[in-house]
Write a protein that binds this ligand. Structure first.
Ligand SMILES: *Cc1c(COP(=O)(O)O)cnc(C)c1O
Length: 453
């Protein structure tokens, strides 16, 4: 393989690449980091600088970078079969992974429909729910409930059920209409603006109940990121919220679509966030952690009840007419299988409580800083909301980009981070060691201090 020097790589990048979620006028010509290697919790750039990966390769990495067991599984699979379609065929890796996913999924989920990214996994869920209602005699049930601050991806369908205006407003005329429920964002409680609302979850459930009552006759499904709204700012739901949503969906005969793309695969400390609350959604979308951060893979899981509504003679046209070219790719499935083996072999979930407690301690300590307004945590996810004024909760104006300044400062401490507005995100590989976790939290604390004080 040709090894190019950093200057050439930066030039090629600037000349030919268009980066996601990036204002290219700021990117082009800047001294951007070009990653060429990965090793455990670290990513290494073309000059040999090492960065602790505080965002787990955008929330996907589980066992660390270049984990031997997964590398080996992929190499072995490449020499056996690289791809064969699931249209009119099956493959051994896809079949085995489907079984293993159902084994670990919340009980009651029975079928796996593959795709290759989180947005499509959610969009498939939306189409499934819609068609399910059409084929079970509920012709009027065509609408979806979504939550404020929700993020479900960037395709037109997944944007329609998302709630982050700054990303999606420009496309509003393309999106299908939905009914928006308030997000249980206690720190900025939408329903009790006088603040200090610890009942936010309850109030939001009450409002959701009212919306469902009003719209039940026309509701096909509800889409939720269970436990944590990720891209919306790591907004953690109060305990019992997901269960409350499940009960309302049951009561009003609305399919519950759980988007576990970010929280699935151990991120909350349990394999799945719904499982942690003892909830089985009707449809569950998974992607990011599924192949441990290696290859594009996603799945939409559902129950036998939903599956059966698509059953019939071909002539009844009840088939789910949906599919992607790389659906069930055996290399991606082999990586996912190796990852599930590692969860067992390394007892990964059993090692998380110690790390989770440590993150909690460190986040609590940050509350002493004058510009830390709120800290939020669910398992191995942390969010630190920076504010101009702690007492009034007045945010920093978005134009000041305090989050970006903090993560740029963190590079001096050898960290790679990515903020969500004024929220600093803690999202390391689950395999991170206690020592590395200390380096991560020290660096975050120092960076927040030097930018905000
Ligand atoms: C990242 C994410 C998605 C979108 O996944 P892509 O693979 O980027 O399309 C959907 N839902 C949630 C909760 C996510 O975090």
């Amino acid at each position: 393989m040709v090894e190019l020097d950093t200057e050439t790589l930066r030039r090629y990048d600037s000349d030919y690449l268009w980066h996601p979620f990036t204002q290219m006028s700021e990117w082009e010509g800047a001294e951007n980091i070009i990653i060429t290697r990965g090793e455990g919790s670290y990513i290494i750039d073309s000059d040999g600088n090492r960065y602790l990966d505080g965002v787990a390769a955008i929330w996907t990495n589980v066992h660390g970078h270049c984990k031997k067991e997964i590398n080996d599984a992929i190499k072995e699979q490449v020499d056996r079969l690289e791809h064969a379609t699931l249209l009119g065929l099956s493959n051994d890796r896809a079949a085995l992974l489907a079984k293993r996913l159902i084994d670990i999924a919340p009980s009651g989920l029975a079928k796996v429909f593959y795709s290759d990214n989180g947005s499509t996994a959610v969009e498939i869920g939306v189409k499934m729910a819609f068609q399910y209602q059409q084929q079970t005699g509920n012709k009027d049930k065509k609408k979806f409930i979504r939550f404020d601050n929700a993020y479900h991806g960037d395709t037109v369908g997944s944007m329609s059920v998302g709630g982050i205006a700054i990303y999606h407003e420009v496309y509003a005329p393309l999106l299908f209409p939905t009914i928006m429920a308030p997000s249980p964002y206690c720190y900025r409680c939408p329903l009790s603006p006088e603040g200090d609302c610890t009942k936010c979850g309850l109030l939001c459930l009450k409002e959701l109940e009212r919306l469902m009552e009003e719209h039940a006759h026309e509701l096909a499904g509800l889409v939720i990121e269970p436990s944590v709204q990720g891209a919306g700012g790591m907004i953690v739901q109060p305990p019992g919220f997901v269960k409350g949503v499940r009960e309302l969906c049951d009561r009003f005969d609305v399919l519950m679509i759980a988007d576990e793309v970010a929280v699935g695969f151990g991120r909350t400390g349990a394999m799945f966030a719904c499982g942690k609350e003892g909830v089985t959604p009707d449809i569950m979308a998974i992607s990011k952690g599924i192949s441990a951060g290696y290859l594009p893979l996603a799945a939409t899981l559902t129950t036998r009840k939903v599956y059966d509504a698509f059953w019939g003679d071909y002539s009844a046209l009840k088939t789910f007419f949906h599919g992607h070219t790389f659906t069930g790719n055996p290399i991606a499935c082999a990586a996912a299988l190796a990852s599930l083996d590692l969860f067992e072999k390394e007892r990964l979930l059993e090692q998380l409580p110690e790390k989770i407690d440590y993150i909690q301690d460190r986040l609590q300590r940050l509350m002493e800083l004058p510009h830390v307004g709120d800290v939020r945590q669910e398992g191995m996810i942390g969010g630190i909301e920076l504010v101009r004024d702690r007492h009034t909760r007045e945010p920093y104006p978005w134009e000041e980009r305090v989050g970006v300044r903090v993560i740029m400062e963190a590079r001096k401490h050898g960290l790679f981070l990515r903020p969500l507005g004024n929220v600093i995100v803690v999202f390391p590989p689950l395999s991170i060691s206690m020592d590395e976790l200390a380096i991560l939290m020290d660096g975050i604390e120092a960076s927040i201090r030097s930018v905000t004080e």
